[in-house]
Write a protein that binds this ligand. Structure first.
Ligand code: GLA
Length: 374
């Protein structure tokens, strides 16, 4: 089964945009293995838009850009596979991709066959330049069937930015993950707005088909294609913790050949990854939402809970989590025994509530177990 837990990997768009080529892809594949990303679960390497020639060949097939991929796409894919990684590519449901390259509208079955022949394991499928006479949902049904018709196991990753309430139908189409928002850029406002917009839809993401909150910006610091103001390390920590807690696919977007050590350690934080990859894939429950502060409780499969706090204010704030709102009244005789996920500090058993003080744009997460009042 594909997408038993949220898919993990890397995608070229956030950093490289149109400037991709075989050399960058091979070096990124090396980095994924040599710097420990594959070991913790990042196994898909995905080439986004701008990989092809501007025209199909005489037989109507998509052709890899001859300058960017001089040995052809199969050679790039083979290199990625030899590294023990899975290989992902990009096309679009419209007549041209978002960046104006040939796209799969009316070519779904032949393009899927082409992708399969190159060894593609993952297809991101965008929604630009879609004819107004066409049926958007149907285009996703068609590509899903076209991928199945290849008999190759290909993870299907629609990207239609939340048009048509995708959480209600994407799973039935055969999608393994689906984009639900517009594009992320590298600043605090962008990832905060994406996260807040998804809170009402947290339950529309489950094993087999996950709500994709877009590629990660961790470690970009304002550089690269979607690099704007950039974020500080506290903000990247909050961004990554949100994506892990909400069960989003974790598709890195920074230049992982050269990330700071702080960013690499964050992306490889085993405790955060365990939250994201928990086998029950339960979405968190929103407990408190007030004054730009949020707290959540997530049930884990091992009878533990994650208590998560986020402060989106520009100043230090106390964030509240009253246990009775999460279903644990004081009269139950139970409290939560808590350990800080980042510092491993043992907080002890808390009854009734726990309201830590958080830095601006910061977060705190705790692993907790139910404990009886002594
Ligand atoms: C859209 C998508 C992005 C990226 C670009 C490529 O904007 O949402 O993630 O794939 O297209 O052109």
């Amino acid at each position: 089964m594909l997408a038993k837990t949220p898919p993990m990997g890397w995608n070229s768009w956030n950093t490289f945009g149109v400037e991709i080529n075989d050399k960058i892809i091979r070096e990124t594949a090396d980095a994924m293995v040599d710097l420990g990303y594959l070991d913790v679960g990042y196994n898909y390497l995905v080439i986004d838009d701008c990989w092809s020639e501007m025209q199909r060949d005489a037989q109507g097939r998509l052709v890899a850009d001859r300058n960017k991929f001089p040995e052809g796409m199969k050679a790039t894919a083979d290199y990625v596979h030899e590294k023990g990684l899975k290989f992902g590519m990009y096309s679009c449901a419209g007549v041209r991709t978002c960046a104006g390259y040939p796209s799969s509208y009316g070519h779904e079955f032949e393009d899927a066959r082409q992708f399969a022949s190159w060894g593609v394991d993952f297809l991101k499928y965008d929604f630009c330049n879609f004819p107004s006479s066409g049926n958007g949902k149907n285009a996703y049904y068609t590509m899903s069937l076209a991928l199945k018709a290849t008999n190759r196991e290909i993870l299907f990753s629609p990207c239609q930015w939340g048009t048509d309430t995708p959480g209600r139908w994407m799973k039935s189409v055969g999608a393994h993950m689906y984009r639900s928002t517009g594009d992320i850029v590298d600043n605090f406002e962008s990832f905060k707005n994406i996260a807040v917009s998804q809170i009402p839809d947290l339950c529309e993401s489950s094993q087999g088909c996950f709500n994709d909150m877009d590629m990660l910006i961790v470690g970009m610091y304002g550089k690269g294609h979607v690099g704007l103001e950039g974020c500080n390390d506290e903000e990247y920590k909050t961004h990554f913790a949100l994506w892990c807690l909400f069960g989003s696919p974790l598709i890195m977007g920074g230049d992982i050949r050269h990330l700071s050590e702080t960013s690499r350690l964050l992306l490889q934080n085993k405790e955060l990854l365990a939250i994201n990859q928990d086998e029950e894939c339960r979405p968190p429950q929103l407990v408190c939402d007030q004054m730009n502060q949020y707290s959540f409780v997530k049930h884990m499969s091992n009878n533990e809970f994650i208590l998560a706090y986020f402060n989106f204010n520009d100043k230090e704030s106390e964030v509240q989590l009253t246990f009775t709102i999460a279903g644990l009244p004081y009269y139950s005789g139970f409290g939560f025994e808590m350990v800080d996920i980042f510092t491993h500090e043992e907080i002890g058993i808390k009854y009734d509530y726990y309201n830590p003080v958080l830095p601006p744009h910061g977060c705190k997460l705790y692993r907790a177990r139910l404990k009886r009042y002594e």
